[in-house]
Design a protein around this ligand. Structure first.
Ligand SMILES: *Cc1c(COP(=O)(O)O)cnc(C)c1O
Length: 447
């Protein structure tokens, strides 16, 4: 495809309204899909194959001139919008200055500034250190390396419904076999799993659920072998599961009592997504190490491992790094994204999004909605058979399909494929958000 767009600074604002010029996907998207099939492996699969040309605020424009409502933000990445003015300007300026030197060869200030900002914002008291990488999985990989180096122990424990990435270590930590692990073994050794807290299904209070989890850690692994326990403060891919109150504080306390590091994987929950800088704050916990990515840099690839200085500095010189980690253009974007979150009140915007979503589904109740849950702009509906409470993946797929056809980008998730998730850009207008939610309700009624 050749699009000859003028430089971004010269673009007129993208109109913030839904518009369907063709059926979805349109003819140009179908052409591109055919070309995609010929050169891209089937393993890389688009959920809604409308090909993008522009995105901004709550709208994605496709190659056929359709304007779609964006309730996915590229999986919680473009929280500040997909072409946020401060980010665009920072990227253009930095790219003109230099695109890369490698921080391990010739360092630069932007990397240090991002580390300073993370030190200021992270829910970790005392001195911190931050190392930068490219993806969420790479951050998790490195958090595990640091935890092993600091503790001199090898075992790592994750939870049911966990998602931590697709590399060998991180898919081993991930719970769900299809599509993330199926056929890709052997997995990394010394990775263990315990039960988490899933209030809708286990009916347990947080302290009781934590006791069960801790019993597994103690009896099946042994506290003295554990380097780290890793958990998402709101489990993302697994179904937007918010643990019962008290679960995470109990786990973190047990970790502290046993010399086990607690890693908060805030790759999806971080950077204002849940209505706080980091979801750990809402749980009242302080991780030893925190991983971030996704919303960190306004759409540019960047990730971070932030931890207590003593822990992070346990690694020998040269033990951490990578060619591209903390790329200068991505760092400039991150500083601009952080400024945008602060200056434009996007933490409050995430809280408003939660209120609008809760209100919409309170007014449009449906007995097949087993639960409306989540935090901030990370909200979900779990769809069940009302008679049995069993997960209803077929209904979830049918609703997503109908909503897509209506021009709304909507994601699903959940170990059982029965969760609809809302991850809009925090800059979406209330009107577009309500319009998107109304399509979900319409699709539910029709299915
Ligand atoms: C997306 C995600 C990852 C993996 O991030 P990538 O950038 O896709 O490698 C890890 N942990 C959590 C919680 C995630 O949501």
């Amino acid at each position: 495809m050749t699009t000859s767009l003028p430089p971004s600074g010269a673009l007129a604002p993208l109109e913030q309204s839904r518009y369907l010029a063709t059926e979805l996907p349109g003819p140009r998207s179908r052409e591109l899909a055919a070309r995609t099939c010929a050169v891209v492996p089937t393993g890389v699969n688009a959920m809604m194959p409308s090909y993008a040309v522009r995105a901004e605020g709550g709208i994605i424009e496709d190659v056929d001139g359709n304007r779609l409502i964006d309730l996915g933000a590229g999986i919680a990445v473009t929280s500040v919008g997909a072409s946020a003015p401060r980010v665009v300007e920072a990227v253009q300026r930095q790219a003109a200055q230099f695109t890369h030197t490698c921080f391990m060869v010739t360092p630069y200030e932007g990397y240090v500034e991002v580390a300073e900002q993370l030190g200021r914002l992270a829910p970790i008291s005392g001195e911190t250190r931050t190392a930068l990488f490219n993806s969420g999985a790479e951050a998790v990989e490195n958090a595990v390396k640091v935890a092993r180096a600091y503790t001199g122990r090898q075992a790592v424990a994750a939870f049911d419904h966990a998602y931590h990435g697709r590399t060998t270590m991180t898919m081993s930590l991930t719970a769900k076999a299809m599509p993330y692990k199926h056929g890709f073994g052997p997995f990394a050794p010394e990775v263990y799993r315990t039960c988490g807290s899933y209030p809708l299904r286990d009916g347990l209070d947080g302290v009781t659920a934590a006791k069960k989890a801790i019993s597994t850690l103690e009896k099946q692994i042994g506290a003295d072998r554990l380097a780290a326990v890793i958990m998402e403060p709101v489990q993302g891919e697994g179904g937007f599961i918010v643990p019962a109150e008290g679960f995470l504080p109990s786990i973190v306390q047990w970790c502290q009592d046993n010399g086990v590091l607690f890693i908060a994987d805030e790759v999806q929950t971080g950077f204002a997504r849940t209505g706080a800088w980091f979801a750990s704050e809402l749980e009242g916990i302080e991780p030893d190490i925190m991983t971030t990515a996704k919303g960190i840099a306004g759409g540019m690839p960047l990730s971070a491992v932030t931890g207590r200085a003593e822990v992070m500095d346990a690694v020998h010189p040269g033990g951490l790094g990578g060619t591209y980690g903390g790329n200068p253009v991505a760092c400039a974007a991150s500083l601009a994204a952080i400024e945008t979150i602060e200056q434009d009140g996007l933490i409050e915007a995430a809280q408003t999004i939660e209120a609008v979503i809760r209100e919409h589904f309170a007014q449009n109740a449906d007995e097949r909605i087993g639960e409306v849950r989540g935090r901030g702009a990370m909200m979900a509906l779990e769809l069940v058979d009302p008679a049995t409470g069993e997960p209803d993946a077929a209904l979830t797929a049918a609703v997503a399909k109908a909503v897509h056809a209506a021009g709304v980008v909507l994601l699903t998730c959940g170990t059982d494929g029965n969760v609809i998730r809302f991850l809009p850009p925090l800059t979406i207008s209330e009107q577009l958000l309500r319009e998107g939610l109304a399509e979900v309700t319409t699709a539910l009624s029709a299915n």
